[in-house]
Ligand binder design. Structure first.
Ligand SMILES: C[S@@+](CC[C@H](N)C(=O)[O-])C[C@H]1O[C@@H](n2cnc3c(N)ncnc32)[C@H](O)[C@@H]1O
Length: 362
């Protein structure tokens, strides 16, 4: 029997990226992070993979990873993937190019140098190639080049691959034994066929009563309707119930304000007394039912459901990130929002994983 390709996920978080590799048939053997809740989520959703807690600021800390592979008898790792933290580059953060978190990707360089995997995949925010003349991306390319990996960058737009979310991220791929550059997958979905918010989440319980009150809802819930789209069928394939779907109950004043925002519009649609309180362009945006959602981030509370007068739940956000319903999130609610928002959409990870097979599955 042909052996499965092996995959190691550094800075794994919940493991959205490696979930894509799992779904593409890879053997995900290890995820490394320093966040307990994320590691629990990774462990529960990645079959037999091991979740290892390490602080990757300390590069000497890579020893346990090398040891782990040795004990498993893995001498030729197929792919190392990772989405090192990006707060220092992120437009959402305060953007300091010397922020020490921007150098965490060096753990990926050091580990690549020690393990010499057949391929390496690194994901990050667009600011890495756009901010400060792309200094972050240049560092990545140069450091990997020095250890023999020519990194090819590409910006991918999630809706082009069937993810119901306007999310753009940069991916770098380097191949060990190839004299050709990696060619990224081409868009698969035409703009007029992007998966919409309604197609993605309309079957989940509304958590809104007839009198307009928002409720928390139970830990485990029934679906509100049968699947109404191919996307919902896909998400529900292995799940009979709804988990991680707890409503955040807004105070009366906030709920009334949310009710004033029409779908697809933001705070600018509010009366002047509210509008003055908000100044950034995504504040209080209600998703549009007929479009993909805005980028899901790690826990802003300023996006609203396209129909109900509340913020999206963890499960709705997970759906918009293409996590199937049997992928459960652990930790408190803010941990869960963080894990979902941090992730690479599994469907996007899977598309890249499939494409990579053409280069390393020889
Ligand atoms: C952008 S997220 C990765 C998301 C992941 N690729 C996915 O698809 O789900 C970055 C992760 O790096 C972890 N992290 C941040 N600093 C770290 C450190 N010093 N050591 C280990 N992990 C760290 C965070 O806990 C977070 O889970």
């Amino acid at each position: 029997m042909k052996r499965k390709l092996t995959c190691l996920d550094l800075f794994c978080g919940a493991g959205g990226l490696s979930k894509g590799f799992l779904d593409a048939g890879y053997d995900v053997i290890l995820g490394v992070d320093y966040d307990d809740a994320a590691l629990k989520t990774f462990r529960e959703n990645h079959g037999s993979a091991t979740a290892m807690k390490l602080d990757l600021f300390e590069h000497k800390n890579l020893d346990p990873i090398v040891e782990f592979l040795k004990n498993k008898g893995i001498h030729d790792l197929d792919i190392l993937v990772g989405g090192p933290p990006c707060q220092g580059f992120s437009y959402a953060g305060k953007m300091d190019i010397n922020d020490k978190r921007n150098f965490l990707y060096l753990a990926m360089v050091k580990l690549t140098d020690r393990l010499k995997p057949r391929a390496v995949l690194l994901e990050n925010v667009l600011a890495m190639i756009e901010a400060n003349d792309g200094v972050g991306a240049k560092r990545v390319v140069k450091d990997f080049d020095e250890i023999g990996y020519k990194m090819v960058p590409e910006v991918l737009f999630a809706p082009d691959f069937g993810v119901p979310q306007l999310r753009r991220r940069v991916f770098f791929v380097g191949l060990r034994d190839s004299d050709v550059d990696f060619e990224f997958p081409k868009p698969m979905v035409d703009e007029s066929h992007y998966v919409t918010c309604e197609q993605a989440i309309s079957d989940l319980p509304s958590l809104q009563l007839e009198n307009g009150d928002i409720i928390r809802g139970a830990e485990v819930q029934e679906y509100m309707t049968p699947p109404t789209s191919e996307y919902q069928k896909l998400m529900r394939r292995h799940s009979a119930f709804v988990y991680n779907h707890i409503g955040s109950v807004p105070i009366e004043k906030t709920r009334k304000m949310i009710a004033l925002v029409p779908e697809g519009r933001n705070y600018l649609a509010l009366p002047e007394e509210y509008r003055r309180m908000y100044r950034y362009h995504e504040a209080l945006t209600r998703y549009h039912s007929k479009k993909p959602s805005l980028t899901i981030n790690t826990g802003h509370r300023s996006h609203f459901h396209y129909k109900w007068n509340r913020i999206p739940t963890v499960r709705e956000s997970a759906r918009l990130q293409s996590f199937p319903d049997d992928f459960l999130f652990y930790g408190n609610q803010s941990d869960q929002f963080k894990q979902v928002g941090n992730a690479v959409p599994p469907i996007l990870g899977q598309v890249i994983a499939e494409q990579l097979k053409k280069y390393i599955d020889k």
